[in-house]
Design a protein around this ligand. Structure first.
Ligand code: AMP
Ligand code: MG
Length: 519
């Protein structure tokens, strides 16, 4: 099944000293490896080493992610740090491997995929729970399918920043620890710079990991994978009459909650293929993602997505479709437990209710409504109609909404920041009057409600133009903006003095930015 091609055969001219360094282990006693995925038997992965990256430079480190691993920030200042996270120096205790998976890409069965440019170094016992450490862009693997196994600086900066930004927003996600780059040219639409991103996650198992063994008719490995995920991450499910149906239920609900959070913050993933869907409900594989600037339900952030399959409005339906793929893949296990297609269908039918409940709750909270009233759905729909019609800036509108009082200020000043963002002021005023009447039913004071709203309507999100500015500087060898932007995004709900520009409307040139699958 696997290609026997030597993934190192095309290692692009690594310097001799880098080769020598590969034999020297980095002994970091604070990283206690316990590589559970590597204990799965043959057929789940291929063991191999990273392809060295000549003369790596450290671009960025996430202090919060260092802390997750229990790593002293001083580590990042050691020259060895960049060597380790470029894949040039193996960590003692790591057992690097590339995992196999398959998947549906843009709705079409794509067959075998796998870690074509990623390498799982291993799993470490960390203070807040075990985490896997994975390099992305570390060279070819048996799953590279003719591609170069590399990642470019541009998209790696975007994934680095967005992983950490999502975590700070409180949205489930894989994390980013470190980013290194090197002069090595990488060929995309243009010649770009190579980079290796270090990601952290409890697990990188995807819907496509299950689809892989289902498609191969390999029920034994399908069961091993499901048992692994249940035992390690969802142990309570083992006691259920059908743990596999329970696993499907948990993935359906976790995914529904995740996508509700995406919609509520205006995040578009861009490539919701089943190989990019985490079975743990984490945001995974950041590519041509984007945060909405002006609210547009039909926004397509991925320029390669000609049909708009992964538009903002489509995300919930596509996530549901992906859950059906997972359900299909789990069927042999569900059937073996004595359940049938109807049972799986009943679990999958929970998707809509789970998503709608999570989304309604999230939007109600964005509006500062602590109570639930029948008319809320209509109030919310009317607001989204207005936001869409006027392409109102999504982030700023909700942030500014916290200033609105239940009784209009005499000069109308409390609503000015929102009103300034809309085009049709009369239509907005009509909605505002409705909103104020609804606020009158709430028990909280204006100040209490505003404080609560500002804790969940971010002021700072990773707008495309902010990432682009950091990328332009980084391409010139100046990484300070990456670090500055990271610091801003790590406190998305706090007004930060001197950082007003990061919360501003996008400049005109932002609308010309084009993001494709190329990364
Ligand atoms: P993605 O669209 O980034 O989620 O990737 C889809 C599949 O293509 C995965 O199996 C990736 O590992 C693989 N892939 C993407 N880019 C590369 C690359 N430059 N080299 C090798 N494999 C890649
Ligand atoms: Mg992927």
């Amino acid at each position: 099944m696997l290609s026997s091609a030597d993934p190192h055969s095309s290692a692009p001219g690594a310097a001799a000293h880098v080769e020598a360094a590969r034999d020297e282990l980095a002994a970091w006693p604070e990283l206690r490896f316990d590589n559970s995925f590597a204990r799965l038997p043959e057929g789940f992965y291929t063991r191999l080493a990273a392809v060295p990256l000549p003369d790596p430079r450290l671009v960025a480190v996430s202090p919060a992610a260092l802390e997750l691993l229990g790593l002293d920030p001083a580590r990042a200042a050691e020259p060895e740090f960049a060597e380790v996270f470029a894949g040039n120096r193996p960590l003692a205790g790591a057992q690097p491997l590339a995992a196999v998976y398959s998947g549906h890409q843009f709705g079409v069965w794509a067959g075998q995929l796998g870690d074509g440019r990623a390498l799982l170094l291993g799993e470490v016992a960390a203070p807040h729970g075990n985490l896997e450490i994975q390099l992305k862009g570390s060279g070819r693997t048996p799953y590279s399918r003719g591609a170069d196994g590399r990642a470019v600086l541009r998209s790696s900066i975007r994934e680095f920043l967005c992983s950490e930004a999502m975590a700070a927003l409180g949205i489930p996600t894989t994390r980013a620890l470190a980013l290194v780059s090197a002069e090595l040219p990488v060929f995309r639409e243009t010649v770009e710079t190579a980079a290796v991103l270090t990601r952290l996650s409890p697990s990188f198992v995807r819907f496509g990991s299950f689809e892989h063994f289902y498609a191969a008719g390999d029920v034994e490995r399908l069961r091993l994978l499901a048992d692994y995920v249940i035992a390690k991450f969802r142990p309570a499910l083992a006691a259920e009459p059908d743990p596999y149906l329970a696993l499907l239920r948990s993935a359906v609900h976790d995914t529904a909650r995740l996508v509700a959070r995406w919609q509520a913050v205006g995040f578009c993933h861009g490539v919701m293929n089943t190989d990019n869907m985490s079975v743990l409900g984490l945001t995974l594989d950041y590519g041509p993602f984007g945060f909405l600037d002006g609210f547009d339900r039909d926004h397509v952030c991925n320029h390669s997505d000609d049909t708009g399959r992964y538009s903002y409005a489509m995300q919930p339906r596509v996530a549901e479709w992906n859950c059906w793929c997972l359900g299909q893949a789990l069927m042999p296990l569900v059937v073996a437990c004595g359940d049938g297609a109807d049972d799986a269908r009943a679990v999958l039918a929970q998707w809509t209710g789970a998503f709608e409940a999570a989304h309604r709750e999230a939007v109600r909270a964005k509006l500062g409504l602590a109570l639930a009233h029948d008319e809320d759905a209509a109030l919310i729909e009317a607001l989204f109609e207005r936001l869409h019609a006027d392409r109102v800036d999504f982030t700023l509108f909700f942030r500014n909404l916290s200033r609105v009082h239940r009784h209009a200020a005499a000069d109308g000043d409390d609503a000015r920041a929102c009103r300034d963002l809309v085009v049709d002021r009369d239509a907005f005023d009509a909605w505002l009057a409705r909103y104020r009447r609804r606020l009158a039913l709430e028990a909280r004071s204006d100040d209490e409600r505003a404080a609560a709203m500002n804790r969940l309507n971010p002021l700072y999100v990773l707008r495309n133009h902010l990432a682009e500015i950091a990328i332009r500087d980084a391409r010139q060898g100046d990484f300070t903006e990456v670090a500055r932007l990271l610091r801003v995004l790590q406190r998305p709900y706090d007004e930060q003095a001197g950082r007003e520009a990061y919360a501003a409307l996008p400049p005109d040139w932002a609308s010309t930015l084009r993001l494709s699958c190329s990364s």
